[in-house]
Design a protein around this ligand. Structure first.
Ligand code: ADP
Ligand code: MG
Length: 282
């Protein structure tokens, strides 16, 4: 389990925190979706969690052990797929994975098998210098899985990928959860977060604005309503009824000339907008 407890970070030491009082936990065998617009503080938290930024205030624990005291044993148990992660351009995709695998003192996954899973089998022996942005992204993702990490950090794993490849990556992420990994997923994509996450946190302005299961968020913040299209005076009109006012809805359905009914469940996107007053953007 990863625990983040009351983390604050002030880059300039002038009392203005980029992130404030951030607390959450990512259990083994679960996916935690971390959502927020640009500038919300996602990278700051990721970097503190992975030790790239020192902790100023608060604590990050991996199975009870502070990130301040982690050793090479931690390196063997963590997988990180960030956009800015460097690959070796002069090596092939396969060589990149083999080289990386050799750094671990734990059993690693067969590199060719991983390349196959991310759709890079045919490009395995091509130099990474000739890879497209999407191919590099998939290679970085594959590299993060090579040591079967117990803690997995993924930053926008499917953005910019074609739908078929994105489905394959989603499956791989779910497999990591199934084998017990704690997955920390940062994304702009509400759809991806909704589909994969056991818990989502909405980060906005450096604080967590809401955090729960996607289902609970929809229940609490979602508008459960029905849009009724009806005909009146020769024109199509519409009205929206909250589902909790069944009497009003049924009275209207009986009296009006109904054309169509649509049930509307709130999406995470709409809930984010409601909780923060801001669009998540792309
Ligand atoms: P996100 O990853 O959600 O886009 P960041 O964590 O990168 O957000 O940034 C959060 C806030 O911290 C932003 O206001 C950003 O300008 C500020 N920030 C990020 N990195 C630095 C830095 N190295 N020095 C000063 N401010 C920074
Ligand atoms: Mg960022």
């Amino acid at each position: 389990m990863i625990q983040v407890n009351h983390v604050f970070h002030d880059y300039e030491g002038k009392g203005k925190c980029a992130v404030s009082d951030i607390s959450f936990a990512v259990e083994g065998g679960s996916i935690f979706g971390f959502l927020g617009p640009s500038g919300a503080g996602k990278s700051t938290i990721q970097n503190i969690m992975t030790g790239l930024l020192p902790i100023q205030q608060g604590e990050v624990l991996y199975d009870g052990k502070s990130v301040r005291h982690l050793n090479t044993g931690f390196f063997n148990r963590v997988g990180v797929s960030f956009e800015q992660n460097n690959l070796y351009s002069s090596l092939t995709g396969l060589e990149n994975l083999k080289y990386y695998a050799a750094l671990f003192s734990v059993p690693t996954v067969n590199p060719m098998e991983l390349l196959e899973r991310v759709g890079l089998r045919d490009d395995a022996n091509k130099r990474v210098a000739r890879y497209s942005k999407g191919m590099r992204q998939r290679l970085t993702f594959a590299r993060a899985l090579i040591n079967r990490p117990q803690y997995l950090f993924l930053d926008e794993p499917t953005s910019g990928l074609d739908p078929k490849t994105a489905v394959g990556i989603r499956e791989l992420i779910l497999e990591q959860k199934a084998r017990g990994a704690a997955v920390f997923l940062t994304t702009h994509s509400m759809e991806l977060a909704d589909a994969l996450s056991d818990t989502v946190a909405f980060l906005y302005g450096g604080v967590i604005a809401a955090m729960d299961t996607p289902e609970a968020l929809k229940r609490v913040y979602g508008r459960r309503e029905v849009r009724v299209v009806y005909r009146e005076a020769g024109e199509e009109r519409e009205r929206i009824f909250p589902l909790d006012d069944k009497a009003a809805l049924s009275a209207f359905l009986t009296a009006a000339d109904i054309v169509k009914l649509h049930s509307q469940e709130a999406t995470l996107e709409e809930i984010f907008l409601r909780v923060t007053g801001k669009e998540l953007g792309a």
